[in-house]
Design a protein around this ligand. Structure first.
Ligand code: N2P
Length: 351
């Protein structure tokens, strides 16, 4: 989990992709077209997959679920493997966009811990293979914030004006405001959503920037006091800067599981199965989890991680956390998406 190593590695990926496009490095002519979140794979893993199988990986990334969905829906590229979060899987199932999986083609599926199976978005384990999981919380710099941090309220504290990074994501930002108010992140109550909007508009002048993956380096460099962050990104940041801490606010937060799925119209189904199976192999899942900082749902892989990672409360909080009623998974907000979109447009235009 080293920033410098990561940068060098991403250049290698670009090199491999150029090779892949020109057909170098694989004699089989087989390929798999993968679309994943940014900073969400060890580039070595893709190289190893090609070396072992002869299947070239055509890889690109996205910043959030919504960006992925629009790209897939537009149909400009036909993808074979995607990595949506739970609420987006639910939406894509409802829109009939996902292939029903033949789990006999993913023998390593049995390695995945039972607690990550049969979740509400895919109760019969028909569509999604869990990839990484985690929580969302606050990363803060102890040299600037020298008071205990245990509530979302700190992200609204004027003392930290222009020292706060929010995440450039509609769903996650509205979640924070709803939880701060003590509401469910899945509320359909328009009055509660209005209140959340007012909170985010109130917060906007205090926000230094609504960031994406680039926020991590900025926090590492001490450029802000507080940042809304996923635990996996927190792992990376904390390992680079000992002044940083991660906390899940007492009002509760999001617990997510990102999974691998195959779109119904995938052109390379067999290759997609091989790729997913490879990522579920415990040694590969461990290598990947160590590099990206996120939490593997495969205990056998967790066992292979360095002590400080596998025993970390940030990456592997107590199992109770996933049954804590204040920790929620997102469900599909399609029925109120226009309310969500309008809140977010108003928040962003007030910042
Ligand atoms: C990594 C994205 C992680 C996604 N940049 C969390 N759901």
């Amino acid at each position: 989990m080293k920033k410098v190593i990561r940068k060098a590695a991403s250049l290698i990926v670009i090199g491999c992709m150029t090779m892949a496009v020109s057909g170098c490095g694989n004699s089989s002519g087989r390929q798999v077209v993968v679309y994943n979140w940014g900073d969400y794979i060890d580039p070595e893993v893709n190289k190893m997959f090609t070396q072992e199988t002869g299947i070239k990986v055509v890889y690109s990334d996205y910043a959030n679920n919504e960006e992925m969905y629009s790209k897939v829906e537009s149909g400009t590229v036909s993808y074979d493997v995607l990595f949506p979060s739970e609420y987006m899987i639910e939406k894509m199932i409802n829109k009939d966009m996902l292939a029903k999986l033949d789990l006999s083609k993913i023998p390593n599926y049995e390695k995945i811990d039972e607690r990550f199976k049969s979740l509400p978005y895919d109760p019969n384990n028909e569509y999604a293979v869990p990839y990484m999981w985690g929580t969302m919380g606050i990363v803060y710099n102890k040299t600037i914030v020298n008071e205990p941090v245990d509530s979302w309220n700190v992200m609204w504290d004027e003392k930290y004006a222009k020292q706060i990074f929010m995440y450039d994501s509609e769903r996650d930002s509205i979640m924070v405001a709803l939880k701060k108010l003590g509401y469910s992140m899945n509320t359909r109550d328009e009055k509660e959503l209005e209140e959340a909007k007012a909170e985010l508009i109130k917060q906007a002048p205090l926000v230094l920037a609504y960031v994406g993956d680039e926020g991590k380096n900025k926090m590492i460099n001490g450029e802000a006091a507080l940042m809304l962050a996923w635990a996996g990104d927190a792992m990376l940041m904390l390992s680079e800067n000992p002044d940083l801490e991660y906390v899940i606010p007492k009002e509760g937060s999001n617990y997510f599981v990102d999974s691998m799925v195959i779109p119904k119209n995938a052109a390379h189904m067999e290759e997609a199965y091989e790729y997913i199976n490879f990522l579920c192999r415990p040694d590969i899942a461990a290598k990947n989890a160590e590099y990206i900082g996120y939490s593997t749902p495969i205990s056998e892989a967790r066992e292979l991680l360095p002590e400080e990672v596998k025993n970390s409360d940030v990456a592997y909080p107590s199992e109770n956390i996933t049954s804590d009623p204040l920790m929620e998974m997102f469900n599909d907000p399609s029925d109120i998406i226009s309310v969500y979109n309008s809140i977010w447009t108003q928040v962003k235009s007030s910042s």
